[in-house]
Design a binder for this molecule. Structure first.
Ligand code: DAT
Ligand code: MG
Length: 151
């Protein structure tokens, strides 16, 4: 498997409910590498671009209102297999269907308030990190724990 990048975002409900630390720590404890992090008020145009594949869906206007309703926490994470693994840590789109132990399974009850976003493919990971971060906002570094995570 290859080193991949994924875009993870604590949505406005996660920020308002004080879940930022809890959500970051799930990815941190797993052993992935944080390469970008910021609190950010998302403009409507960016929300529409991020979710452009859902534009024709009936819930699209509500989704854009939700994502722009308050600050989000934008994160870039890197690691071998990080895209699919992060989706597993996040759980199903509908929090009532999400397994206990996942972020949505433990911390949310409704699809329209599912607290966190994660990219669905390595290609979208790159695309979304490019959308949400400027070049100088990302950091490349070698975590001290690296030799204790992978042989
Ligand atoms: P995911 O966030 O699990 O990747 P998605 O990409 O299909 O799910 O949809 C993006 C977001 O849009 C999702 O997190 C919540 C919202 N959404 C999806 N399906 C919905 C629905 N049927 N009703 C309301 N909101 C929905
Ligand atoms: Mg998605």
């Amino acid at each position: 498997m290859e080193v991949e990048e994924t875009y993870i975002m604590v949505k406005p409900d996660g920020v308002q409910r004080g879940l930022v630390g809890e959500i970051i720590s799930r990815f941190e404890k797993k052993g992935f590498k944080l390469t970008g992090l910021k609190l950010f008020q998302c403009p409507k145009e960016l929300a529409e671009e991020h979710y452009k594949d859902l534009k024709s869906r009936p819930f699209f206007p509500k989704l854009i209102n939700y994502i722009t309703s308050g600050p989000v926490v934008c994160m870039a994470w890197e690691g071998v297999g990080v895209v699919a693994s992060a989706r597993k840590l996040i759980g199903s789109t509908d929090p009532l269907q999400a397994e206990p132990g996942t972020i949505r399974g433990d911390l949310a009850v409704q699809t329209g308030r599912n607290v966190v976003h994660g990219s669905d493919s390595p290609e979208n990971g790159k695309r979304e990190i490019g959308l949400w971060f400027k070049e100088g906002e990302l950091c490349q570094w070698i975590p001290a724990q690296a030799p204790w995570l992978r042989e």
